[in-house]
Ligand binder design. Sequence first.
Ligand code: 2BA
Length: 91
Amino acid sequence: MKLLIAIVQDADTQKLVKELMSKKYRVTKLASTGGFLKAGNTTLLIGVEEEKVEEVISTIEGICKSREAKQGVNVGGATVFVMDIDKFKRV
Ligand code: 2BA
């Protein structure tokens, strides 16, 4: 089991969550704030079997766009961390 933590721009969130849900992934959406720009973004928690990690990353890549923020810095597509999960249980 892996946990993907994906920090995405708010503008891409709805489309990405819809696409992940349609592919039967489970997603938790957290409202977050970037430390540098101090602007809202969205952090998605996506728990998947190891063999699905690349498909999820491709889905994120396909939807999340790079954009120039007001301050002139480029933000995104997305920042993705992939973590090993020792145990996953729904009780
Ligand atoms: P922010 O921290 O608000 O950063 C927004 C964008 O500002 C970044 O886009 C990057 O282009 C730029 N930036 C960030 N820190 C910088 C610095 N010290 N000097 C110059 N430019 C800087 P992204 O790299 O696409 O990151 C988008 C958001 O993803 C970040 O929002 C933050 O919320 C998260 N993030 C990115 N890398 C992270 C990391 N290593 N750990 C935790 N969160 C991360």
